[in-house]
Design a protein around this ligand. Structure first.
Ligand code: ARG
Length: 459
């Protein structure tokens, strides 16, 4: 048992208590951030004359040595320490002696852990942002390739109106772009440094908090030392933003699963991203999409867990807050993993253009356009709706698409139809007529694609 306290105790900690209390098994994840924070802290202590230059240099050298040894595997972070802070400090004292004992001057583990977690999360937010960007790039590439790939657009999972694959994928572009904006927003709001808040009430040392904030690339120091050690809002915001990312990935996964099914065959997931069955030799399963959909629950769970943990905690620091870590780490790793896997799956997926277009045709997705044709020829919309309803019924009976009817058959139901009806209800026309901004028409789509391109170039 290696812990940073014990002076006022007359008995050893019970082993079970020690194990229950310890956090090293998971907070070892941010040893690098702990060391980075400590280096900034001692640099500031020396600038303020609280440590000598020599002490500072010795401590920094010791800390960098610990970091290098952990990274090379020469030094293992083991369970004999209570937490990562004790591990670093004990190793430092082992290496450099008494100077090491000065590292913790003017600092508490409460502001230290608040800093470490912020540094860790901040790095991870940047990674999440880059993964989202990678997904957006794949989406944009596919959008450019598929502005004329017609497919049914659905409502109620019933074929509704024709769209293009570019338009469908463009909807996801919007979602993941908003997810990036949320990451950026959280980053900016959380980017204030808690170091120097002490246990809860600041310290009596003349610390320069602006300076440490600057060294660690924060926008500035936090402004209330109690809030600094007790604030976990940014983690809740991040869990919420990641839950939304997962919700988007899960919806997309569900569509990929449907599109990849034997009935639809709109897409074929690449062999590298599919799995087989141990008993049914013909099977090629969309396990990756299913797992992404499944893992969404874990991330939602983490959000609920932390909200619940935080709801009854009086100011300032309480040990409950140690519970912020495992769920957040797991949620970050899960979301990052899912983003990477999903992007790879999408990039390698084969799209069955003809199948999608045939499906749009055979699902009467051009029925609204047939009614619009009649309206353009003077038929009141309500009557046109009824006439097209009869056409659809006729086609269903004959098991054909509207486009397959002869002109005589059209005319038998309404004499208003002329030979140009075929052109009017072609998938191309149906889509091309929809050119308001945000609609699937090629001209509208190309404007949006150009805007997305510009966004990805700068952000
Ligand atoms: N392991 C603790 C945590 O994660 C570090 C802070 C400990 N502070 C304390 N007063 N016991 O929250």
């Amino acid at each position: 048992m290696a812990q940073l306290w014990g002076g006022r105790f007359t008995k050893e900690t019970d082993q079970l208590v020690y194990n229950f209390n310890a956090s090293i098994s998971f907070d070892k994840k941010f040893y690098e951030q702990d060391i980075r924070g400590s280096i900034a802290h001692v640099t500031m202590l020396a600038k303020q004359g609280i440590l000598t230059e020599e002490e500072k240099d010795k401590i920094i050298e010791g800390l960098l040595g610990i970091k290098a040894d952990v990274e090379s595997g020469a030094l293992e972070i083991t369970d004999e320490y209570e937490d990562i802070h004790s591990f670093v400090e004990a190793n430092l004292i082992d290496r450099i002696g008494d100077a090491g004992k000065k590292l913790h001057t003017g600092r508490s583990r409460n502001d230290q852990v608040a800093l470490d977690m912020k540094l860790y999360t901040r790095d991870e937010i940047l990674e999440l942002d880059q993964l989202l960007k990678g997904l957006l790039e794949v989406l944009l590439k596919l959008m450019k390739e598929h502005t004329e790939t017609y497919m049914p657009g659905f409502t109620h999972l019933q074929k509704a109106q024709p769209i293009t694959l570019a338009h469908h994928l463009g909807a996801y572009f919007e979602m993941f772009k908003r997810d990036r904006l949320r990451m950026k927003d959280i980053y900016q709001r959380m980017n204030y440094c808690p170091l120097g808040s002490g246990a809860l009430a600041g310290t009596t040392y003349p610390l320069d908090r602006e300076y440490t904030a600057e060294l660690l690339e924060f926008a500035g120091p936090t402004l209330n030392s109690m809030d600094s050690v007790a604030d976990r809002d940014y983690l809740i915001e991040l869990l919420s933003a990641m839950s939304t990312v997962m919700m988007h990935l899960s919806r997309f996964s569900e569509e990929v699963i449907i599109w990849n099914s034997n009935e639809y065959q709109f897409v074929e997931i690449d062999d590298a991203y599919s799995t087989g069955s141990s008993i049914m030799p013909q099977k090629k399963n969309p396990d990756i999409a299913e797992l992404v959909r499944g893992k969404t629950g874990r991330v939602y769970g983490a959000l609920m867990s932390l909200l619940t943990t935080m709801k009854g905690i009086p100011l300032a620091y309480n040990k409950d807050m140690q519970e912020d870590k495992e769920f957040v780490f797991d949620a970050i790793d899960t979301t990052k993993g899912c983003l990477a896997l999903f992007t790879g799956m999408l990039k390698t997926m084969h799209f069955n253009n003809q199948r999608m277009e045939d499906s749009a045709k055979n699902g009467f997705t051009n029925a609204t356009d047939a009614a619009d044709y009649l309206v353009n020829h003077g038929v009141p919309f309500r009557d046109a709706h009824g006439i097209v309803g009869q056409l659809v019924l006729y086609c269903i009976e004959k098991n054909i698409a509207l486009d397959d009817m002869s002109l005589e058959e059209f005319k038998a139901i309404s004499p208003v139809f002329e030979a140009d009806i075929y052109e009017a209800i072609s998938m191309k026309t149906c889509v091309e007529m929809r050119n308001t901004i945000g609609a699937p028409g090629k001209a509208a789509m190309e404007k949006v694609i150009a805007a997305h391109e510009m966004y990805l170039n700068v952000e």
